[in-house]
Write a new protein. Structure first.
Length: 69
């Protein structure tokens, strides 16, 4: 599934916390490549992954993902 219509601030929020893709991936139990594909809007994360990312970054899921307007 592509990320058409879904904006995300994952890269920005990850960098804010000083995390590499690999570090964030380890926190949420996925590969670095998964984080990369989400950041680059190639892959839309599952609801569970989106919630895990939000918890790891300590923000509401809506702060990471939103629909394009």
């Amino acid at each position: 599934m592509t990320a058409d219509g879904l904006e995300n601030r994952l890269r920005e929020l990850r960098a804010r916390d000083g995390l590499t893709q690999a570090q964030l991936a380890e926190k949420v139990g996925v590969t670095r490549k998964t984080i990369n594909t989400v950041e680059n809007r190639v892959f839309v994360p599952s609801t569970i992954l989106a919630l895990k990312l939000a918890a790891a970054l300590e923000v509401p899921v809506e702060e990471i993902f939103s629909l394009e307007r």
